[in-house]
Design a binder for this molecule. Structure first.
Ligand code: BG6
Length: 466
């Protein structure tokens, strides 16, 4: 047995505590952890701007209430009591001394350092932590995107490894914290009826869609420097693909799961630029913070291929984009069409292909599209959906960030991305970054540029269920 869990943390340090991620995701999730009795430590915010303890707590209160309007005032007050602020410039050694002193005052032996800051600041912050020996008593959580390409990801790994060993670097991808995404693994391997069919002999294609109706929502300058390939394709979409494609891990420890994912990415061909289509919604260039001549993609579609025994020859189509027609995150596994039924009369409809559709967004669940006899004299069939809605069937589940912060505090690396996996995913995306091709305009509220059909080898995109 490999044992990989680490000691639980006794303090949480938030870098970027006054930033957008902390506001939208981290404070609401921490409040929920408090409500569930899972937050039993001090939360120390570090911020550069001119904040006081009071203004920081007020900011945290407002962030919680914006996301959880019915927050319990007693629980909220208890949560706010846990907050401390270290205010100072990241380049000033006094800031780091003050952070170390604060952790000493709390008798902290093991802290989680959460980097909710722009990626170009990760190396400086990690090095500054080492300057006051805080790297010796804690682990870091690093937000995505981890690097900008393969080379920068390798360099970033090297820099972080000078300060933290690999097992104490937690690379976050919030999709891995979603119950619906984790369910891909459980659903596949705990339902005997699926596994014998889950291969190139029976599966014709796999489509993965992540579509959002929102545009860049005030994140124009960040997004313009990143684009859809770096924002979600390299991480969320490829992680989802790995869970659908992988072999079962041989044990429950994190490294067995990561090993199987690594094999999928090692067998995945780098994206061929000819199988890539980029789009940009009309109006993106007018968004605040976006360059007027930007050719950053807000949409990307690509064909992936996995040269494994299980998947050779099966096309994996992936697409993601902003300002599209609907909010949907889903995986559709399409099976080969059945043979024509010999006992049916000539001229009747050919049975359609079966689909298994995993819905990963807010309406998460699974839909099987099967064939059933059309009422009447003929022995024809038609599509029927057998669907389950997980919230209705299984009850509400915890938010992804809440689960992942809980994992980081507990020292469980299973739902985080290992070094080799991040590098292997960049290797897959690298040719698309090097040879991105033109960016095709599309109108808001559509399914992206019509050119996206060129990725599909004569197939069609399935309309996501919304
Ligand atoms: C983030 C991206 O990682 O995921 C955002 O940076 C995107 O651009 C978000 O909107 C989508 O997450 P979810 O959980 O709403 O599907």
């Amino acid at each position: 047995m490999r044992s990989e869990n680490q000691p639980p943390a006794d303090a949480l340090v938030l870098f970027g505590a006054t930033g957008d991620l902390a506001k939208r995701k981290l404070f609401p999730s921490l409040y929920s952890m408090e409500a569930h009795g899972q937050l039993k430590l001090h939360v120390v915010g570090v911020a550069r701007s001119d904040w006081t303890d009071d203004s920081f707590r007020e900011h945290a209160r407002a962030s919680v209430l914006a996301a959880r309007p019915n927050a319990d005032p007693v629980i909220l007050a208890r949560f706010l009591e846990r907050l401390d602020l270290i205010q100072g410039d990241y380049s000033d050694p006094a800031t780091w001394k003050s952070l170390a002193d604060t952790l000493d005052e709390h008798h902290s032996q093991c802290a989680v350092f959460y980097m909710a800051i722009p990626p170009d600041m990760f190396p400086a912050v990690a090095t500054a932590l080492a300057s006051v020996h805080l790297n010796e008593r804690g682990r870091i959580v690093v937000e995505k995107p981890f690097g900008r390409d393969l080379q920068s990801a390798v360099e970033l790994n090297e820099i972080l490894h000078q300060v933290f060993p690999e097992e104490r670097i937690f690379r976050i991808d919030h999709y891995l914290g979603k119950e619906s995404v984790e369910d891909l693994l459980v659903f596949r391997f705990s339902n005997t009826l699926l596994e014998p069919l889950w291969n190139r002999s029976y599966v014709r294609s796999v489509q993965i869609t992540m579509s959002e109706t929102i545009g860049v929502e005030g994140r124009g300058s960040f997004y313009d420097g990143v684009g859809a390939m770096r924002d979600v394709l390299q991480n969320h979409l490829l992680q989802v693909a790995a869970l659908v494609a992988m072999e079962p891990p041989v044990g429950p420890e994190s490294s067995y799961l990561q090993d199987e994912k690594a094999k999928v990415f090692a067998a995945m061909r780098p994206i061929e630029p000819a199988c890539l289509v980029r789009g940009q919604y009309v109006g993106f260039r007018d968004e605040p913070g976006v360059r007027p001549d930007s050719d950053t993609e807000t949409y990307v579609a690509a064909r992936l291929q996995i040269d494994s025994w299980r998947w050779a020859g099966v096309p994996w189509y992936v697409r993601c984009g902003k300002a599209l027609a609907a909010n949907a995150s889903e995986v559709v596994v399409e099976f080969h069409e059945p043979p024509r039924m010999l006992f049916d009369e000539a001229g009747g409809p050919t049975p359609e292909r079966n689909l298994v559709r995993f819905r990963l967004g807010n309406n998460d669940g699974v839909t099987f599209t099967l064939q059933a006899k059309t009422p009447g004299e003929a022995l024809d069939s038609q599509n029927v959906d057998v669907a389950v809605d997980f919230a209705a069937a299984l009850g509400e589940r915890r938010d992804a960030y809440e689960r992942l912060i809980g994992d980081a505090l507990q020292g469980s690396p299973r739902r985080f991305a290992r070094e080799d996996i991040v590098e292997l995913t960049w290797r897959v995306v690298q040719p698309a970054l090097d040879h991105p091709g033109p960016v095709h305009p599309y109108f808001r509220g559509t399914w992206g540029p019509s050119e996206s059909i060129h990725c599909l080898d004569g197939d069609e995109w399935f309309l996501p269920s919304t």
